[in-house]
Unconditional design. Structure first.
Length: 379
């Protein structure tokens, strides 16, 4: 095996694949980077058994300045190999495997020799059928992930809640995440995809990693699903993730369809108010802020206190206040996460009672995105 490639172009693909490689793994070979050199391309693969990333560099792409002298394959220690390549002195790097599994890495006057492993021992990628692909716009997929992944559970007691429940029926994609204290649901119409049905639970960590990767490209993303894997294809990259097994809890009944009190306000301004109130609430044992609403007086007030530090009180500017008087307490971190996911839009917050979950929706699209937060009992 022997090839020469533009070093900086090689590094960018290395960095992609390194996202999937963990130094903490029970399968030692997965700390390595698999490299397969064909007659006209190089394929890099990294995996941590949950996520697998595969990147293909074609000799036809001038950016790589790729010359392949001899095909072959090897697994090299990923972190060590990438550090070497990043520190090499020349514009190009030549990698050659002569005998056994020892790789010579040459660039300018620098030469390294590192020990590799047989690529045949690297776990094989799952076969993903191409009969049910769905094409998702890059920016839409990023937005769906950003708006739902915040509600994924961090607790290990209910592993199924560490995922985002993704369903596709009648050309409607629905993504739902909940940690049992809050819920985020986003819907997207995918017109023209035909009779494609999905019902899968994708780990939140996988989608978070995917979101970071597609931020660097402008390509649409093709999504394919099998029994226990989902594959996302964009540019020259294949991103595989295992699926979570089990039944996701039924969440559609959790979202109230009526409200006794509603307010409309700017998400950014409200976020700033909550942020200020949480300066003190974070110092208290229960870490809650209180929202007081009096529609008759057109009053919406945020307050927080810490017995040791002091208290804060702030009236919040609103564009609409309707319904009954209400006092409700909640975790400010949940509210801040939700408001950030709305960006700079105006949000409608709907309440039914001090102890029932309340919802936030963007006023310009009340159907396709909803965030639900469970209040905190303070008495």
């Amino acid at each position: 095996m022997k090839f020469t490639i533009n070093r900086s172009a090689f590094i960018s693909q290395l960095n992609n694949v390194l996202r999937a490689i963990s130094s903490k793994t029970t399968i030692p070979i997965l700390t390595g980077l698999k490299m397969v050199v064909a007659n006209d391309s190089i394929t890099l693969t990294g995996s941590n058994s949950d996520i697998t990333i595969e990147s293909v560099m074609s000799a036809n792409d001038e950016n790589y300045e790729l010359t392949i002298d001899e095909p072959g394959s090897i697994v090299l220690p990923a972190r060590f190999f990438s550090e070497i390549v990043k520190k090499l002195p020349d514009k190009h790097v030549t990698i050659e495997v002569t005998s056994g599994f020892q790789a010579d890495i040459t660039s300018g006057n620098a030469k390294f020799q590192i020990n590799g492993q047989d690529a045949e021992n690297f776990p094989h990628l799952p076969e993903v059928e191409a009969d049910n692909p769905v094409v998702l716009a890059n920016d839409i997929l990023k937005e769906v992930i950003r708006q739902t992944v915040i509600a994924v559970s961090k607790q290990e007691s209910r592993p199924i809640l560490a995922g985002i429940h993704v369903t596709l029926r009648d050309e409607l994609l629905t993504a739902v995440a909940t940690d049992s204290h809050r819920l985020a649901q986003r819907k997207v119409n995918l017109e023209g995809i035909g009779d494609v049905n999905y019902d899968v639970i994708i780990p939140g960590k996988s989608l978070d990693e995917l979101s970071g990767m597609i931020s660097d490209v402008k390509d649409d993303v093709k999504m394919q699903v099998t029994d226990n894997q989902v594959l996302f294809i964009f540019g020259n990259t294949h991103f595989y993730s295992r699926l979570l097994e089990g039944n996701y809890p039924e969440t559609s009944q959790l979202i109230p369809d009526s409200a006794d009190t509603t307010i409309e306000l700017d998400a950014g301004a409200f976020l700033s108010s909550i942020d200020r109130a949480s300066l003190l609430s974070h110092e208290s044992r229960n870490d809650v802020v209180k929202l007081t609403i009096k529609p008759g007086e057109n009053l919406v007030r945020i307050s927080g206190d810490s017995p040791d530090i002091g208290m804060v009180e702030e009236d919040v500017a609103t564009s609409s206040v309707e319904g009954n008087d209400l006092e409700i307490s909640f975790n400010p971190n949940y509210m801040k996460d939700a408001l950030r996911s709305f960006g700079q839009s105006t949000v409608k917050v709907s309440f039914t009672s001090p102890l029932r979950p309340f919802t936030l929706v963007p006023t310009e699209d009340t159907e396709n995105f909803v965030h639900l937060i469970t209040p905190v009992r303070t008495f």
